[in-house]
Design a protein. Structure first.
Length: 152
């Protein structure tokens, strides 16, 4: 069943919608697939209250993105349990190790991200932000934004 959504800002940061506010759109999964099927770097931020389906959406993207956007492989990274801030490389190495993938060349993964071949999907930032200070949450967000390079 498609999840409804509103777009708060367009690709260049301008507010979307008329004076009455942003328009409700029908299918956030299809929209995200369209947004990920581009040549340039992209950063999508999904906001919503607890229980509204953000994690479900990311899991569905992870499961179905290879069929929808064949040239992009998803990598879902859980943030909710992090205790300290890591660089993107450290975060990827930690995540891959937790999955049982030892000896993966993180630099190769980062190159694939920069080439737009891998989409990093970060889940649990809201839970992480509830457990840490504002400054620490801002530091975690800067780390995530550091992954937006090249075409990634």
């Amino acid at each position: 069943m498609p999840q409804r959504f509103t777009v708060a800002q367009d690709a260049v940061g301008r507010a979307v919608g008329d004076a009455g506010g942003p328009a409700v759109q029908r299918d956030v999964f299809a929209a995200m697939c369209d947004w990920l099927d581009v040549e340039q770097a992209r950063f999508l931020l999904i906001l919503g209250d607890f229980g509204h389906g953000k994690s479900f959406l990311l899991r569905e993207l992870t499961r179905r993105l290879p069929d929808e956007v064949a040239q992009v492989a998803p990598l879902l990274v859980e943030l909710r349990a992090l205790e300290k801030t890591h660089s993107v490389d450290e975060l990827l190495a930690l995540h891959l190790t937790k999955l049982g993938e030892h000896g993966v060349d993180v630099r190769a993964v980062r190159r694939m991200v920069e080439q737009g071949k891998v989409a990093l999907l970060f889940d649990g930032f809201d839970e992480l932000a509830l457990r840490v200070t504002y400054d620490r949450a801002a530091e975690h967000l800067r780390t995530i934004l550091a992954a937006v390079t090249g075409r990634g």
